[in-house]
Design a protein around this ligand. Sequence first.
Ligand code: PLP
Length: 357
Amino acid sequence: MTTAPSVILHSRPTVGSDELLALTTVIGSGHLAQGPRVEEFEQGMAALLGLAGGVAVSSGTAALEVALKSLGVAPGDEVILPSYVCAAPWLAVVRVGALPKIVDIEPDSYAIDPAEARKALSSRTSAIIVPHLFGLPADLTALQSLGVPLIEDCAQTLGATEAGRPVGTVGAVTVCSFYATKLLCTGEGGMVLSNDRSLLERARALREYDEEPVLDDRAFNYKMTDLQAALGLSQLRRFPSFLERRSAIAATYRKAFASMSLGLPIIPPGRSHRYYRFVVRLPREAGSVASVIARLEQRGVQCRAPVFRPLHRYRDLAGYPVTEEAVAQALSLPIYPSMTEEEVTRTIQMVSEELSR
Ligand SMILES: Cc1ncc(COP(=O)(O)O)c(C=O)c1O
C-alpha cells in the first residue's frame, strides 16, 4: 500500500532539539516568567540589529502599541500606515487613541508608498508605521525624508537592507514579532528596539504594572516569559542558516518558474530580500487567487493570500488601486527553513502543472 504524500503546509515553525533543550533548561531552572533569558534575548536581538537595546513583550501587536506610547503618540494624533497589512498596526494605533490614516502601497515591494504617505501628512501626524513585507524593505530613504518619526515594523523582515542600511536601524523605533511562523519564533512574542535609550526606558516602564513609582494608566502586562525567550535565543543562533535556506528555496523557485507567466518577486534597486514569503503575481488567465488556492490545496500544496483583508476594506474606504491589484493577484507559496527538498520539488511541480494548463 502506498501512502499519499502529506500536505505541504504554507508555513511551519522550524524548531527541534535545540529548542527542546532550551525549554527543558528553563523548566529546570524554576524561573518561568520574565527573567534572565528575556534580558539575554533582548541583548541578542539588539546585537542582531546593531541597536542600543530592546524591550521584549508578549506579541508584535503589543510591541506596536508600546512603541507608539513610548514615542509619545497621544489621543487625537494621526498615524499613517499602509492598507496592505494585517490588522495589528491599525489596532495598535486605535488602542492609543490616535487616528489611523490609511494609504496605498508601492506595486513592486507591496510596502507603503512614500508619495501617498506625503499626501496624508498633516499638522497632527505624529508617526508613520512602516511594515517591511515578505522579507523586503520599504523605501526607507524616501520615507525618512518626510520628517516624521518612523516605526519600522520588522515582523516580516529581518536582515534585509535598503540603501546599505539594515532594516530596523533607520526609524525612531523598531518592532518585531516572534509569532510561531515568523523568521524567528517564540510561539507568541514581540520586541521594541531602538537606539534611543530614554524611549527604551519608557517602553520598559509601560511593559508592566508593578514596581513603578507612578501608576501610568497606559501601562499593562505585556511581558514575555523566559520560556519564550529561551526559544528565541535558540532561534537566534540558527538565524543565519534560516536565511540561507530561505534564499536557496527562493533561488530554486525563481529558476523553476522563470519561463512561466507568473510574476516573480521584484526587488527594487538598492534593496535586498530575505524571503519571509515568496509572493507571486498570478496571470489573469489563472483565475481568482481564491480559486488557485483551492486548486493547489487539492493537489496537496497550501498557499495563501499574503494579506487576509486590506485595512481600507474593513473601513469601507474607496480608492487604493495598487492594494486592490495586489489583493487580486498576489499568492504566497510555501517557503520556510524546515521545508524539505522533496516539498520544494513537489510545490514546483504542482504550481507548474496547475498554472500552465
Ligand atoms: C507586519 C506585521 N506587523 C505586526 C504583526 C503582529 O504581530 P503579532 O501577531 O505577533 O501580534 C504581524 C503579524 O503577523 C505582521 O505581519
